[in-house]
Design a protein around this ligand. Structure first.
Ligand code: RP5
Length: 283
């Protein structure tokens, strides 16, 4: 089920693009919805951009053999989840109706690959790990406040071309949440600190790979993310490395995790899975 990409105006269109109403019981394509007549919107900003697809049917654009695979120049997989193509050659949102056709502001038809970084450490009080009433240790995670909507989110962003998604995750985390100016360290501390950060970001654990309930999704284009987890068990990395909001993050913070956190898209689900993995407090 998706919620964020239904029954709202399309982001950034100042009320000019309103989605067709889709009640919960009509999200599934299997449910007949004869009245369904969504408008079409593709942002003019996409036209001619090298990172965006041309229109379906345009000369020289033949994605027919690329859907659901990563064999061409663009990764068109949706995690491990298959999506269908309609009779006119358009990919079909695998979760269901969104009330809008076209690509919106998304560059690719079908899946648009993104990566997210989940960086955690234990919440402490006076140097001791904080525990919940049920006796579970409490985590905190590095969160960014998005400049476009003001919501708190995981640091993340779109893949540049067909770059390996581990690189996307690392690049976005560094751009949005970590200071690139190491002058707060002594000269002889800088290289070891950079190496430590680099090593830390080498081995992210895969938490999720698939569809994101993002407010920019449409019936024909959506965001697919790979969320990787990095845990700083003894605060050895972030005890040294300074965090700092950058790029399209307005603010950053270490947010204490519990079931009430409110996050962009369905990022909260990834956080819940990290808590399960580390047997940490969530509910
Ligand atoms: C979300 O949008 C993804 O999970 C990722 O966090 C983000 C990518 O979009 P930008 O942050 O680059 O706008 O769906």
């Amino acid at each position: 089920m998706h919620y964020n990409c239904r029954n709202t105006e399309y982001p950034g269109t100042y009320g000019k693009v309103i989605r067709f109403h889709v009640p919960n019981d009509k999200v599934s394509w299997k449910e007949p919805y004869s009245e369904y007549n969504p408008p079409t919107y593709t942002s003019p900003a996409l036209i001619g951009k090298p990172w965006a697809d041309p229109e379906i049917g345009a000369d020289g654009f033949h994605p027919e053999n690329e859907w659901n695979n990563n064999k061409g120049t663009v990764n068109r997989t949706n995690g491990n989840y298959f999506y269908e193509i309609d009779k006119d050659g358009y990919p079909i949102n695998p979760v269901g109706r969104t009330g809008l056709k076209g690509r919106g502001v998304l560059g690719r038809w079908g899946p648009n690959q993104a990566g997210d970084a989940i960086v955690t450490r234990w919440r402490t009080i006076d140097g001791n790990i904080k525990y919940s009433q049920k006796g579970k240790p409490i985590l905190e995670f590095l969160s960014v406040r998005r400049a476009d909507c003001g919501e708190w989110a995981l640091p993340g962003g779109f893949a540049d071309g067909n770059e390996p998604i581990e690189n996307t995750v690392k690049r976005e985390l560094l751009e949005e949440a970590i200071s690139s100016d190491f002058s707060y360290l002594n000269e002889n501390e800088i290289e070891p600190a950079k190496k430590m950060l680099d090593d830390f970001l080498k081995n992210g654990d895969l938490i999720y790979c698939g569809y994101v309930d993002d407010r920019r999704n449409t019936d024909q284009a959506w965001i697919t993310t790979t969320a990787l987890h990095f845990h700083d068990e003894k605060n050895e990395v972030f005890g040294v490395i300074k965090t700092e909001a950058g790029d399209d993050a307005m603010e950053i913070d270490w947010i204490e995790i519990d079931q009430y956190i409110r996050l962009y898209a369905n990022h909260k689900h990834f956080i819940r899975d990290v808590c399960k993995k580390l047997n940490a407090h969530f509910v």
